[in-house]
Design a protein around this ligand. Structure first.
Ligand code: HEC
Length: 106
């Protein structure tokens, strides 16, 4: 192995760490892509529009803004009120969608 291969391995390892860590940091204020949304069928206009516009990064931003607004109605609200996991699939809690609609989500 020459120096170049070693440094490429190093870069690769860092990149892998980034991928492995991303579910943990999904709630942080990041808007770094994440690529396409996991969902391909949407129950909400916010999900459909933001995913179409900019994938999961955009959906995160959209839901962050929406959640901040909805907190005026329900101060205890957080991403975890509706999502059992913050990435990569953002699975919903049993009543996640219902909650969203009740809070006036479109
Ligand atoms: C009141 C419930 C509710 C809250 C709070 C909420 N979400 Fe969601 N979220 C949903 C629903 C419902 C969907 C599915 C949308 C659809 O089917 O159109 C969704 C979808 C998403 C998606 C799309 C995932 C994909 O790839 O398919 C992302 C990303 C997301 N939410 C991030 C967040 C983040 C980040 C927060 C916190 C800032 C948050 N959500 C807070 C209800 C909620």
């Amino acid at each position: 192995m020459n120096k170049f291969t070693i440094s490429m391995l190093f870069v690769g390892a860092i990149a892998l760490c980034g991928v492995a860590m991303s579910p943990l940091t999904a709630t942080a204020d990041d808007d770094e892509g994440g690529g396409k949304c996991f969902r391909t069928k949407f129950e909400t206009k916010l999900g459909a529009d933001s995913c179409a516009k900019g994938g999961q990064g955009e959906a995160k931003k959209a839901f962050k803004a929406w959640t901040a607004e909805a907190k005026k109605t329900d101060a205890t609200l957080s991403c975890k009120s509706c999502h059992t996991k913050m990435g990569p699939e953002f699975p919903l809690t049993a009543d996640g969608l219902e909650k969203y609609k009740k809070l006036g989500g479109k």
